[in-house]
Design a binder for this molecule. Structure first.
Ligand code: COA
Length: 329
């Protein structure tokens, strides 16, 4: 068990763009149906940003709501960590844009990349900074404009993703939901099954990369599906064991929202009923690193948990990466 100061989530906020893209909308331009998408993914609709809106714009709204919820001024933030695979640009970091827009003039800022597992990774980093005493107040953001890296002519990927942002404030002390533990994992040997090939130093953007659609997400769905279940189950089991708990003792599982069938299969293998899993994939699709903080915000606003409940956040994504975090509500 980690030592040091307690680190707690003292505020949470989220923001979703207004524009809704339904399965029926997609079926007007693609060879697909609402029935196929719902059955294979659990997704009914997703939110999409208007042209000109970037990840930092969504992040700012979510961050201000989280700071307000925590009763913390932007000037009191020591550090901003943003998890995103759709940054405003390659550099400077999206966190720097957020820092400027919210007026967090005393904060350090950086982005973290662990794809759909990124929010759990960022929360883990925030916990470590706070637990060590190096920082008192950290803003952790998950913000994505997945629509900007999605090929809307590819029916096997474009049905999955949506845009949105969520943020939490992590502070020293036990005046909130305590982050009890975090577990992280990765497997770079499987990097090719889920990635965005072009636009980096290996394959810089060019006419050819754009013409070949290499600036869009590429995924090998079936392989990702299989790996997700294996690693989600493993990292929940590990977290329970390290906290001297049985998995049945978790009052709620808050999984990354990638596919309802992935969540169902993982819950079944863990021996947990689906009622214990929080699901909103039907409304937002896969918002990558924004999905967990959006879920936490909905759970908080809906008062779906009681003080003292034990919850596990669990996520899986490209890299491959995965992680879990146990929270005492
Ligand atoms: N509508 C209708 N048919 C579709 C379709 C769509 N939107 N997308 C794919 N199909 C077709 C395929 O072309 C294939 O046809 P074929 O049998 O004639 O070749 C058939 O449906 C089955 O495709 P398959 O890819 O085997 O389906 P699946 O059950 O694996 O579901 C995903 C596809 C993408 C929904 C699923 O694999 C998945 O969710 N994977 C993980 C998602 C992911 O990577 N998330 C990000 C990481 S967190």
């Amino acid at each position: 068990m980690e030592k040091g100061y307690k680190a707690s989530i003292t505020g949470v906020g989220s923001f979703l763009p207004e524009k809704v893209l339904t399965n029926d909308d997609l079926s007007k331009t693609l060879d697909t149906t609402d029935e196929w998408i719902t059955k294979r993914t659990g997704i009914k609709e997703r939110r999409i940003v208007e042209n000109g809106v970037a990840a930092s714009d969504l992040a700012v709204e979510a961050s201000l709501r989280a700071l307000d919820d925590a009763n913390v001024l932007p000037t009191e933030v020591d550090l901003i960590i943003t998890s995103t695979i759709t940054p405003d640009c390659l550099f400077p970091s999206t966190s720097c844009y957020i820092q400027e827009k919210i007026g967090a003039r005393n904060a350090g800022s950086f982005d973290l990349l662990a794809a759909c597992a990124g929010f759990v990774y960022a929360l883990s980093v925030a916990k470590s900074f706070v637990a060590s005493g190096a920082m008192k107040t950290v803003l952790v953001v998950g913000a994505e404009c997945m629509s900007k890296i999605t090929d809307y002519t590819d029916r096997s990927t474009c049905i999955l993703f949506g845009d949105g942002a969520g943020a939490v404030v992590v502070q020293q002390g036990n005046g909130g939901r305590e982050i009890v533990s975090t577990h992280l994992g990765s497997d770079g040997s499987q990097a090719e099954i889920l990635r965005l090939p072009a636009g980096g130093s290996k394959l810089p953007a060019s006419h050819e990369t754009v013409e070949s659609g290499l600036h869009y997400i590429k995924l090998r769905g079936k392989e990702v599906f299989r790996q997700a279940i294996i690693n989600l189950v493993d990292v929940v089991t590990k977290a329970a064991a390290d906290n001297n708990m049985q998995v049945e003792e978790f009052d709620m599982v808050i999984p990354h929202q990638s596919n309802i069938r992935i969540i169902e299969a993982a819950m079944e293998r863990l021996g947990l009923p689906m009622e214990k899993a929080y699901v909103n994939i039907d409304r937002y699709g896969n918002t990558s690193s924004a999905s967990i903080p959006i879920a936490i915000d909905e759970i908080e606003k809906g008062q779906l948990l009681n003080s003292g409940d034990t919850v596990i956040l669990v996520a899986f994504g490209g890299g491959l990466t995965w992680g879990s975090s146990v929270i005492e509500w």
